[in-house]
Design a protein around this ligand. Structure first.
Ligand code: ATP
Length: 245
């Protein structure tokens, strides 16, 4: 038996141009099963653009991306059933309660035993006190939790999260970190996450890809980043100053 392991996500020469802006510039990377892979970059680095291409929401200008065996760059949609995602602002049906929203998502995903899944995910995302609240009355942090619950409701093999801790208080950030590392460790879930916070992604103990002005500058294992480098990784910004990520 061969021991070749197919990456969960494989990106090769991926490029996205918006008229004169090269949002993603010839990016190649691969994400292995069960890995936590963080895209780290400043505002405008291209994180959301890359994630949207991986989800098949936008087509690349050039290059290829395969996700869970599907050629998403060519419009194949088969990865959707095994992928959970959260991209940009969390969205929910504003007039439905937290529980009603989750039941709706469970139906959209054709889940068996939707009631059990909904109750389980409510507990795991600490949404129990809010189940009867309409989504429009939730705080930003709890709306973010609801969006994560939606992303996880079908126990996906791959979780793609664009800045998932935005809007969460410090305790919420720790909860989400614990949830993500637990999913990867105990369930083998692959997590692809974007962030502009180096300290936060370093704590996930996965692989970190530094994205800047659309280019993938470097990849590091979080464990190999010592405290000094964690504090001092800087990149040149467009105006030639440096900024800490
Ligand atoms: N639809 C679009 N039309 C034109 N330019 C776009 C479009 N979407 C993104 N861009 C540009 O592409 C670049 C990358 O944007 P992107 O949103 O991917 O970055 P980001 O790293 O996710 O930033 P942020 O952290 O602020 O969300 C930016 O210069 C942005 O202005």
């Amino acid at each position: 038996m061969g021991s070749t392991v197919t990456p969960i996500t494989e990106v090769s020469g991926l490029t996205k141009r918006y008229s004169d802006v090269l949002a993603i510039d010839d990016v190649s990377l691969s994400v292995q099963a069960g890995q936590i892979y963080a895209l780290l970059g400043l505002n405008g680095a291209g994180k959301t653009t890359l994630i949207r291409m991986l989800l098949g929401m936008i087509a690349p200008t050039k290059g290829a991306a395969r996700v869970l065996g599907a050629d998403v760059s060519a419009g194949q949609r088969s990865a959707w059933a095994r992928t959970g995602y959260l991209v940009e602002a969390p969205a929910a049906y504003p007039e439905l309660t937290v529980r009603e929203n989750l039941h709706l998502y469970a139906r959209l995903r054709h889940l068996k035993q939707p009631h059990l899944r909904v109750e389980d995910i409510i507990e795991r995302l600490a949404l129990t006190p809010y189940t009867g609240r309409r989504a429009r009355t939730l705080s930003m942090g709890n709306l973010q939790r609801l969006a994560l619950a939606k992303a996880l409701i079908h126990s996906p093999d791959l979780l793609i999260l664009d800045e998932p801790v935005n809007g969460l208080d410090p305790a919420g950030v720790v909860e989400i970190r614990t949830l993500l590392t637990g999913l990867a460790r105990e369930h083998g879930t692959t997590v692809l996450i974007s962030s502009h916070l180096l300290a936060e992604v370093a704590r996930l103990n996965g692989r970190i890809a530094i994205l800047h002005q659309g280019r993938l500058l470097a990849e590091h294992d979080a464990t190999s980043l010592d405290q000094h480098r964690r504090r001092h990784i800087t990149v040149s910004t467009r105006d030639d100053t440096t900024a800490e990520l």
